[in-house]
Design a protein around this ligand. Structure first.
Ligand code: GLC
Length: 582
């Protein structure tokens, strides 16, 4: 017909549209898909990096009382679960990922009473709590390790992996965080080496020892009995090891996942953990890493495996990190993981976390002109894909990378040791610093920007990591009062997702797959269909749609206008729109 049947010249309040779209949610639920309904599939997870969220006592470090002060804010986001990075006692070689007591709270963060108060506060607000379980390794200051290293016949010796020096040098293993890249650390006390895939302060636990496994299950039960609702298993795909230590080919460290992940025994450990812990409580479980391939991932998360509920697949965030990633690759990667898990198994969706650059700097455009729209676009993506979305604190505001130019400004052990290694190996240090500036984990860890007061309202003291200097412009207070802010767009998206099961369970189908700058897809559940249009570029673009069905109602839009006919659509720079289809 060719006539313009749909043209928005005037902004229609997104909230009203959301409400009208929501009327159909009960109809959508009746048409449930192949996937069973589960609370953890419907969850919207908000990740809090406790060190950086809110400091209540002025020591410059975020803490549990700080989180408690901000629970109403967390609730206002519409998220339904919080994943908290480790809060256990730790010497903090790797910001809590080196645990020295799994049943206590890090002093800087508070006490067990604070923890109980925080968890109760979450539960009262309908928010579940997911804890980080760091048991591929412990801290070298954990009592188990102190015992283990004290003598070769100590009962805890086999809690870790040792190589007696009289056998000669241990077979080369690569360490992700070591300044020399060597995963074996010599300990003169017993004339032996211990294994650490991460930093030397993080010795790897020996999972083939049943006593270690029982200790871990008891720890998990301790937290589940307290009432936590889930566990994120840190680096767990590396827990099983081939202790015959076969020689790996030269250069294996560039592809260490192939050699380190999913070794024999891992699935047995997970089944045992499931039996001992997960099956006894209504808790969710998610593993960091999904193995080496689809088959591994299915074996981790398919329902009949009785292992885990879901995994984070890294292929998305592993798309080369430097500026100008390729949208075609992004579409291909996210699409293939979606298709693979359409009927069995479940994954998470994320674009950032505490190990990544800031979402808008990495995947969007953090220039003044496009920061807002591109951050809204990315949140639209995260909250309209299949898989449980994990939203990182600050990304709901569009917080950006920080610009460090000297290594002395970095706090992250991976950055500091990586710098030393690059220096020793004679790398191009200018390039190294440029890459670090863009991709370092400290980018994602700067303090939450609450308001325009001192230190962005994060702390009365000196923050452990500098506050991003854009905090006067970019903060919660300012965005709260602006109906069109990134923050309020995020809130509209969580409402939309919660009220429209099609966005959780609906089939995903790529539209205009060959378009160079547009990522578009439909989500379909029974009679319900939504069309998501995302322009990942600074240029506006007009293209043909060729869809079955007509887009009828705009349910969300990061601009006031949308130009669409039954044949073509025009998207403005970083425009993100979701339409209901008839
Ligand atoms: C995981 C964590 C990371 C940590 C590492 C070692 O990758 O996400 O922050 O440094 O494990 O525990």
């Amino acid at each position: 017909m060719g006539q313009t049947w749909f043209k928005y010249g005037v902004c229609i309040l997104a909230v009203l549209l959301v409400v009208s779209a929501c009327k159909d949610s009960s109809k959508q639920k009746e048409a449930m898909p192949a996937q069973d309904q589960k609370w953890w599939k419907e969850a919207i997870v908000y990740q809090i990096y406790p060190r950086s969220f809110k400091d209540s006592d002025g020591d410059g470090v975020g803490d549990l009382q700080g989180i408690i002060q901000k629970l109403d804010y967390v609730q206002s986001l519409g998220v339904t679960a919080v994943w908290l990075n480790p809060i256990y006692t730790s010497p903090n070689a790797d910001n809590g990922y080196d645990v020295s007591d799994y049943r206590n709270i890090m002093e800087e963060f508070g006490t067990m009473e604070d923890f109980d108060q925080m968890m109760d506060g979450m539960h009262q607000r309908g928010i579940k709590l997911v804890m980080d379980i760091v048991v591929n390794h412990s801290s070298n200051e954990h009592e188990w390790f102190k015992q283990s290293r004290s003598s070769r016949d100590n009962p805890y010796r086999d809690y870790y992996h040792w190589w007696p020096a009289e056998k000669g040098n241990p077979p080369y293993r690569y360490s992700l965080f070591d300044a020399k890249g060597d995963a074996w650390q010599y300990d003169s006390l017993t004339n032996a080496y211990y294994l650490h895939y991460f930093a030397k302060q993080q010795p790897d636990l020996n999972w083939s020892n049943p006593k270690v496994r029982q200790e871990v299950y008891d720890i998990m039960k301790f937290w589940a009995d307290k009432g936590v609702d889930g566990f994120r298993l840190d680096a767990f795909q590396f827990a099983a090891k081939d202790t015959t230590y076969p020689k790996f080919p030269d250069g294996f460290e560039k592809d260490f996942i192939q050699y380190y992940a999913m070794q024999d025994g891992l699935h047995e450990y997970l089944k045992e953990m499931n039996q001992a812990v997960f099956s006894k409580y209504d808790v969710m479980s998610v593993s960091e890493g999904a193995g080496r391939n689809f088959e591994d991932a299915h074996e981790l998360v398919d329902q009949d495996r009785n292992e885990l509920n879901m995994a984070y697949a890294f292929e998305g965030v592993d798309i080369p990190k430097y500026k100008g990633y390729d949208l075609a690759t992004m579409k291909e990667v996210f699409t293939k993981w979606d298709q693979e898990f359409a009927h069995d198994g479940w994954l998470s969706i994320f674009l950032a976390n505490h190990d990544q650059a800031r979402m808008v700097s990495r995947w969007g455009n953090d220039s003044e002109a496009y920061r807002d729209v591109s951050a809204k676009l990315l949140n639209t993506f995260l909250l309209s894909m299949r898989g449980t979305p994990y939203c990182y604190y600050g990304d709901e505001l569009g917080m950006t990378n920080i610009d460090f130019d000297s290594i002395s400004q970095y706090q992250d052990i991976a950055a500091i040791n990586g710098y030393q290694k690059a220096l020793d190996e004679g790398e191009d240090m200018e390039l190294f610093m440029e890459l670090l500036n863009f991709s370092s984990r400290d980018n994602g860890r700067t303090p939450m920007q609450w308001d325009a007061t001192k230190n962005a309202g994060f702390s009365e003291g000196d923050p452990w990591l500098p506050v991003n200097e854009n905090y006067m412009e970019l903060n919660v207070e300012k965005e709260n009062s602006n109906e069109n802010s990134v923050l309020n767009h995020f809130r509209k998206m969580t409402i939309l997702r919660k009220e429209n099961p099609v966005l959780v369970y609906g089939d995903y189908q790529l539209v205009v797959p060959e378009h160079p700058t547009v990522y578009a897809y439909t989500r379909t559940l029974g009679d319900e269909k939504m069309l998501v249009l995302l322009n990942f570029s600074e240029e506006d673009t007009t293209f043909d749609l060729n869809l079955d069905g007509n887009p009828s109602t705009v349910v969300i839009n990061n601009y006031t206008d949308l130009d669409i006919t039954d044949k073509t659509v025009r998207l403005l720079p970083y425009q993100a729109v979701i339409l209901k289809m008839d």
